[in-house]
Design a binder for this molecule. Structure first.
Ligand code: ADP
Ligand code: MG
Length: 412
């Protein structure tokens, strides 16, 4: 039996539907991310799943029982909710706030037994907040508060925790820490965690299942790898960036006229791609095996990429294609890609560019370049950082343009 199930569920406010046709089956111990643009209905879904908002239509089942028929106290032993609403805890310490999570087990005003007290401290420890136990909750930072609220949820000893935007207002360290804690709870304690999150790449890197909500319905549901790249971009109407499920990253698009050819491989080019994109320099790249990190990133950025099939030596077709592109650009970058038999054509591309009089920036040292390119190593432009390469991107579109310009300068 599924931990949580919804059948033909419509959620909304005052009978007005916000999201319709929700059919979910959620497995014990999974980490589930609810993603979608502002106003899509994520909070409405989470409140409904928490039993705080009655469904407009359909039903929610927890372990096969209709949620609307489960008694509050019984429910609070199964389900804990962490909402965005700010909690004013008066003069309560973090320990006190966490201890209120014991109410399903003690009664709301019930006294905590010795075992309860140990459990409260354990919960604070699990979320790395034991040091905060005796501090006033109201005096904590947002990140610290969020951890204490997580501890309070844990103190209920629930099977399911529902969190609405648990990382809002947190700095990056606390965002990562909260996600790491949630992951640990699902892995080690088998707790099912359902959360909504603004940081889509963080969510997709952490969750087992992503549920995409838009335009009043669930547009996609599945593992982050299965949820399509285009679906994620479409979810937020993003057209200035791309999402890559395999890499779990969002990349800003680059549609600039290519003036640089980057010879990459094994991730050596990724930093350079991003730096050039940030600086509005168009480029093309190759020759990359389709399963290479650089290839994934280049395609997500949306630049022309010369590719070869995985686990094959780079062939003549790709080589010719790259040669043609190099002729159309005014700068070649040798990123320091590792050279093997399978990509020996890449070394050849760089060498030929040098012999042709192209400007070539290199990230290798001179000793290595001598071994690879002989005396041509002296003709290369040595760069230690991606930013140094930028200084050599002079905006001339093509090698041809540049030659023409040099000719006219020389004849003056
Ligand atoms: P999200 O969490 O995805 O940003 P919400 O679930 O908060 O979206 O909101 C979805 C829609 O429901 C919005 O159009 C919002 O205006 C509406 N809504 C939210 N809360 C209420 C409420 N209490 N009463 C009526 N409408 C609401
Ligand atoms: Mg919301």
């Amino acid at each position: 039996m599924k931990m949580l199930e919804t059948r033909d569920l419509t959620v909304g406010h005052e009978k007005k539907p916000i999201v319709e046709g929700i059919n979910l089956e959620i497995t014990q111990g999974h980490l589930i991310a609810l993603l979608g643009p502002n106003g899509a209905g994520k909070s409405t879904i989470l409140k409904s799943l928490s039993g705080l908002l009655a469904p407009v239509k359909g039903a929610i089942y927890i372990h096969g029982s209709d949620l609307s028929r489960i008694k509050r106290k019984t429910l609070s032993k199964v389900l804990a909710v962490v909402l965005t609403e700010r909690l004013n805890a008066g003069f309560l310490t973090s320990y006190d706030v966490t201890a209120t999570g014991r109410y399903p087990h003690t009664g709301f005003l019930g006294k905590l037994g010795a075992e309860d007290k140990t459990k409260v401290l354990d919960c604070l420890r699990v979320v790395n907040a034991e040091k905060l136990a005796w501090r006033y909750f109201n005096e904590l930072s947002d990140g610290e508060k969020q951890k204490v609220l997580l501890a309070r949820a844990l103190a209920q000893e629930p099977e399911l925790i529902i969190l609405d935007e648990p990382t809002t207002h947190l700095d990056v360290r606390h965002k990562l820490e909260v996600m790491a804690i949630l992951k640990r709870l699902s892995r080690e304690k088998g707790i099912t965690v359902i959360f909504s999150l603004h940081e889509i790449d963080l969510a997709l890197k952490s969750c087992d299942t992503a549920i995409l909500v838009k335009d009043g319905r669930i547009v996609s549901c599945g593992s982050p790898e299965k949820v399509g790249n285009n679906e994620v971009s479409a979810l937020y109407d993003i057209d200035c960036a791309g999402y890559n499920a395999f890499m779990g990253t969002i990349e800003i698009s680059n549609s600039g006229e290519p003036s640089v050819f980057i010879v990459g491989g094994a991730g050596k080019a990724t930093g350079i791609y991003r730096m050039l994109t940030r600086n509005n320099v168009g480029f093309c790249t190759g020759i990359l095996h389709e399963n290479d990190v650089d290839c994934h990133i280049a395609e997500t950025i949306g630049v022309i990429t010369v590719k070869e099939k995985p686990f094959q030596n780079i062939g003549l077709k790709a080589y010719r294609e790259a040669q043609n592109l190099i002729r159309e650009t005014s700068l070649v970058v040798d990123t320091g890609f590792p050279i093997a038999e399978s990509n020996s054509f890449n070394r050849k591309l760089v060498l030929e560019a040098l012999q042709d009089g192209q400007r070539v920036c290199t990230m290798r040292d001179k000793k290595e370049n001598r071994q690879l390119y002989g005396d041509w190593a002296d003709e290369m432009i040595y760069c230690h950082t991606a930013a140094e390469i930028l200084q050599h991107c002079d905006g001339t579109k093509t090698f041809h343009d540049r030659r023409e310009r040099l000719k006219s300068v020389n004849s003056e």
